[in-house]
Ligand binder design. Structure first.
Ligand SMILES: *Cc1c(COP(=O)(O)O)cnc(C)c1O
Length: 428
């Protein structure tokens, strides 16, 4: 009997994703062009074009196309480490033995590259106004670890953080910034695009980002020397010689010209995707306004997010009891109240995809021994404990009360209404 795929493919089509790729047609043309001209490797017109157009769009001098945003962050860490601490011995990371201040509530790809280079992430708590690194906690951290010279900050879910305040703290303490703009491509702060505020910055073209190459990322910088180093390191660090000559450690991190073709076809649609995502955000805001919840906040006076993911946070007094172990959630339903676990279950029951907020890094088993600084100082002593059943730091609190809503730009208004309706039912 032949296997019947119809049911599967039908439900696949009807599923409302968190954020899935949205293709337009040109992608295939650029990929086909690469194929027909046989530029199927890591050089070619697609790569040249996307590096030029991203530099122009973002307002940085150099963009280097790489295999992933994580690769871009890794090479950014390597550059920063060499600037700050000199060239390491072979077999040693450039951040070895050094602490690095990092965003706490983010994807772990923001901080893992610090560890690739031998650094020790120290996590900075989150502020409630944009859900990004808290400048007050950062200042506190420099009081506790005055020797730190590097700060890695992400813009969560496409919302720019308090960049001026964070920059002021870093300038005061002579620290360099690496911006992880993987989620915030196209978002701006005071009229400038995210990805220009650090010395070395990164964007991502991962499959669920606002535009995609199916994979890929870029390192952004104004330093020609740094851009050249990244080009060299990402192609196995070959020296100029007739044979394979190596003076430095190399990586296979360059973007393929095929992937670049997909990215090239997507770039003209960035603004359209942002407008669609913004409409989704506004529609949730309107549809949920009678419930005891709020949308993920942003600084309306100074920033324009790309609205990559719409999120909500439940008011404290409307939370039913919810407990999460390392692997499993449990909650007790209560009239008029709800919790992220209940809402995520409800969303899943109508074949839509939500997601918990990124679990803060300081709560992750892998980083349980690393430092964590809140506004009131060392947050570690109290971590994993609740005081009177309440969270003891901002990141943990947002993780406990918040969730990401289905934010796919192909979701129809009718599908979104269904999501809004099912969330209402959770509070009955
Ligand atoms: C997606 C993402 C990355 C990593 O990008 P990849 O291209 O998937 O390697 C890094 N940081 C954040 C915050 C991300 O969301």
């Amino acid at each position: 009997m032949a296997f019947d795929f119809t049911i599967n493919s039908e439900s696949f089509e009807k599923k409302v994703w968190l954020s899935s790729p949205t293709m337009h047609g040109e992608e295939l043309e650029y990929v086909t062009e690469a194929y027909k001209t046989n530029w199927m490797s890591t050089v070619g017109e697609n790569i040249n074009q996307i590096e030029a157009s991203i530099s122009e769009k973002i307002g940085c001098k150099y963009s280097v196309a790489l295999s992933a945003g994580t690769a871009a962050l890794h090479l950014a860490m390597k550059l920063a480490g060499q600037d700050l601490y000199g060239q390491p011995k072979v077999g040693h990371g450039s951040l070895e033995g050094h602490k690095v201040f990092c965003s706490d509530m983010t994807f772990d790809a923001t901080v893992n590259p610090v560890v690739y280079e031998g650094g020790e992430p120290v996590f900075i708590d989150t502020e409630p106004d944009t859900w990004n690194m808290d400048p007050v906690a950062l200042e506190k951290a420099f009081g506790i670890y005055p020797e730190v010279r590097l700060v890695v900050m992400a813009h969560l879910y496409g919302t720019p953080g308090k960049i001026d305040e964070l920059k002021a703290v870093c300038d005061k303490h002579g620290a360099m910034i690496i911006e992880d703009a993987a989620e915030s491509l196209g978002a701006s702060y005071k009229g400038r695009q995210t990805g220009v505020f650090g010395k070395y910055n990164c964007i991502s073209f991962n499959g669920n980002k606002i535009i995609t190459g199916s994979a890929g990322g870029m390192l952004l910088t104004d330093s020609e020397e740094a851009a050249n180093k990244v080009r060299k390191w990402s192609t196995q660090a070959r020296e100029a010689a007739p044979w394979y000559q190596h003076e430095e450690l190399g990586y296979n991190y360059r973007m393929s010209n095929v992937i670049a073709g997909v990215v090239r076809g997507q770039i003209p649609y960035l603004e359209e995707h942002i407008a669609q995502k913004k409409a989704i955000y506004e529609r949730y805001k309107e549809g949920l306004k009678d419930l005891p919840v709020k949308m993920n906040p942003y600084d309306e006076a100074n920033s324009e997010p790309n609205f990559w993911l719409s999120c909500l946070i439940i008011d404290e007094d409307a939370m039913c009891r919810q407990v999460r172990s390392e692997n499993e959630p449990l909650f007790i339903p209560e009239k008029g109240k709800s919790c992220p676990t209940e809402i995520l279950d409800a969303i899943a029951s109508i074949n839509a995809e939500g997601r918990p907020i990124w679990k803060p890094m300081h709560m992750q088993p892998i980083y349980r021994l690393n430092g964590f600084i809140t506004r009131s100082g060392n947050g570690r002593a109290m971590t994993n404990a609740y005081i009177d059943g309440r969270s003891v730091d901002v990141g943990m609190d947002i993780f406990n009360r918040g969730l990401c809503l289905p934010s796919d730009n192909k979701m129809t208004p009718e599908q979104q209404d269904r999501v809004i309706e099912i969330i209402h039912r959770c509070f009955l």
